[in-house]
Each structure stands twice: as C-alpha cells, then as structure tokens.
Design a protein around this ligand. Structure first.
Ligand SMILES: Cc1ncc(COP(=O)(O)O)c(C=O)c1O
Length: 344
C-alpha cells in the first residue's frame, strides 16, 4: 500500500476476498490467445452481493459515524444498488427509502420484491418525472425527514461519488494479492460501467497501488464522453473530500458501442452470451450490466483489442436477481446448450 493512502472507516459487509477464477473453457473458446479470468465480486454475499457492497461498506460506516438514521437512494425499479442498500441498511438498523424510476410493478419480482422484503419504503416515479426531477425529489424527501427530527443521508445513483469510490480503491489491494497468487504480470481489467463509481475506484486504485492493470469500463448506458467526465468527477470529489492522499495520474478508458437499444434492453446476442457462459463455466451474468459488458469484451477480444497482454480479467459485479425479470426472453436452444444436453 502506498504509505500515504489513508482509508476512511469501513463497515465489514462484504465477504472478502472474493476469488480470482481462471476460466479454462471460455479461454479456449473465446480467448484468442489470451487467458480469461473472472474476479468473482458476484460472491461478495447473497443479498448483499455484487459491486455495490464494497461501496456501501464505506458509505454506511460514514452514515453511522455521522449519526444518520435514514438512507435515501435511487435507481431503476430493478436496481441492484437499491436492493443492496435496502439490506445493508436493515443490517445496520437504518431506515431505507428508495426512489425508483419506473412504474410500480403489479407483483413483486427480482430486486423489487427483495426491497419489499427488506422493509424499505419505496416510491416509484415515471421516467418523465424521475429524470428531470431526481435532485429535487431526493432533497425534498431529505427535508421531509429533517422536519420529523430524522437525519437522512442521500446516497447518489449507484453509490458513485467520492465516498463510494473507496470500495474499489480498497479492492485494488485485494487484486494486488490476486495477481501475485495467480502469477499474472500484467492484465487488462474489464468492468461494466453504469454510474461510473466502480470504474472510477478501479482506475484510481490501480494508480494508487501501482498495479499492472489497464482498466476498461464497458458502458451499459450513455456514451464514452459521459463516462470519461463521470469518472473524472468522482475522482475530483474524492480528492476534495479526502485531501492529503497521494497524487496520482488517472486515465479513464471506456469501451463504447455495446449499449445496444438502450439501458436494460438486452439483445439476443447478449442473452446468448449469458446462457453460453453459464453452460460453459457455471458463471451466471445478468442482462443489464455484466452480460452486456462481457459480450462487449468477447467482441473486443475477437477483434484483437487486448493483444499486448496475455491476461484479461473480467470483474463480475453481480446482478443475479436482475436475471429473473428476463426469464421469457432467453432461448435455451443455443448450440452450447444443445452440446451440454447431448453430454447427459
Ligand atoms: C451488477 C452491476 N454491475 C455493474 C454496475 C455498474 O457499476 P457502477 O454503477 O459503479 O458503474 C452495476 C450498477 O450500476 C450493477 O448493478
């Protein structure tokens, strides 16, 4: 660890370290000369799973230290971040209020159902209202709690800000050990990017820990320019909130071109990649984030993007509950699935 890097208080919520797993059959099938690995952050927990838990370890520690009794956060109806916050808040004894984008589902499903089970207060707003009014909705709910003598912390979308980035800065210490245990000298590290905080933390963390990793975010919404700016903004927020940390140069890198028809819309090819990887390696991706990003990674591998390095690591950032709302869109008669059934 660089001597001057000082981590803020952290609440132990995630199962750490997560494994760095080699994918032998995926390597053979798609590696194009590179070895494929997956950093299993889908295994940070069951309900508290995925990348969000690493951020929440720092965010909730801050909330407890500063005397907040309520967490307000926001996202899509099937947001993984909101579900992780609902459970982390319940574990810490904090009230959780979720501001969700979309119509209230008629029946609980996936993450929405889990939010209900965790006892979160939920308000749904149609996108026509949510998108332009999000900032004022969050502050008016915060004021609502203040009027009742409560102290509510507003956590931004995805927990991505100068505080949340600590989650993946700290994860870089773990990655350092992973690389050395696996004998990886240099690698590309690819993650899905949706609100930018995971990518910002990894980009910053690899610089702070001087890791031989080139970090790429595959955007699942917006575009390259948006994420270059968002990562820079989260890093600037981190510097402002935590002065005195080592000065390092941060170079965000985005692989654009895999959003497809929009956020949360998975193409037939993305869904097939999900079923293929599940059948080939027993690793399950989701249609909104990891499936799209891994599909992008495979296209880029085939096109020779990562040629200068022998290893490529995919950060599996979770999202398993996001699979269920897509149940009817999967086609199980893919060539790989067929080969598997013939095996039996
Ligand atoms: C499963 C999953 N992977 C990746 C991401 C993207 O992470 P970030 O919001 O930090 O960019 C998210 C959330 O947005 C997510 O839920």
């Amino acid at each position: 660890m660089p001597s001057a890097l000082v981590l803020p208080p952290r609440l132990a919520l995630a199962q750490r370290p997560t494994p760095l797993q080699f994918l032998p059959r995926a390597t053979q099938r798609w590696g194009n000369g590179r070895r494929l690995w997956v950093k299993r952050d889908d295994l940070t927990g069951s309900l508290l799973s995925g990348n969000k838990v690493r951020k929440l370890e720092f965010i909730i520690a801050h909330a407890l230290a500063e005397g907040y009794d309520t967490l307000i956060t926001c996202g899509g109806v099937q947001s993984n971040h909101c579900r992780a916050t609902a459970f982390a808040g319940a574990q810490a004894g904090l009230k959780v209020h979720l501001i969700l984008r979309g119509e209230r589902p008629a029946a609980g499903q996936g993450n929405y159902l889990l939010n209900q089970l965790a006892g979160a207060t939920i308000d749904c707003y149609p996108p026509s209202r949510y998108t332009p009014e999000l900032t004022s909705l969050l502050s008016s709910w915060q004021a609502h709690y203040a009027q009742r003598g409560r102290k509510a912390l507003v956590i931004p979308t995805g927990g991505s800000d100068g505080l949340g980035v600590w989650g993946y800065i700290a994860a870089c210490d773990e990655l350092r050990e992973d690389l050395s245990a696996a004998g990886i000298e240099a690698a590309h590290l690819v993650t899905a990017t949706g609100s930018g905080g995971t990518q910002a933390g990894l980009t910053l963390g690899t610089a702070l820990y001087d890791l031989p990793l080139t970090v790429w975010g595959v955007n699942v919404c917006d575009n390259e320019q948006y994420f270059l700016l968002k990562v820079a903004r989260d890093v600037a927020d981190w510097r402002a909130r935590f002065p005195g940390q080592p000065e390092v140069e941060v170079t965000p890198r985005v692989i654009d071109g895999y959003v497809g028809d929009g956020y949360g819309i998975a193409s037939r090819q993305v869904l097939q990649t999900i079923t293929d990887l599940a059948a080939l390696e027993g690793v399950l991706l989701d249609p909104v984030y990891t499936g799209k990003a891994f599909h992008g990674l495979l296209q880029e591998l085939a096109a020779g993007r990562f040629e200068e390095s022998s290893d490529v690591v995919f950060l599996h950032s979770g999202g398993v509950f996001g699979v269920f709302p897509y149940a009817e869109q999967f086609d199980f008669r893919t060539p790989l699935q067929a080969a598997n059934s013939e095996r039996s």
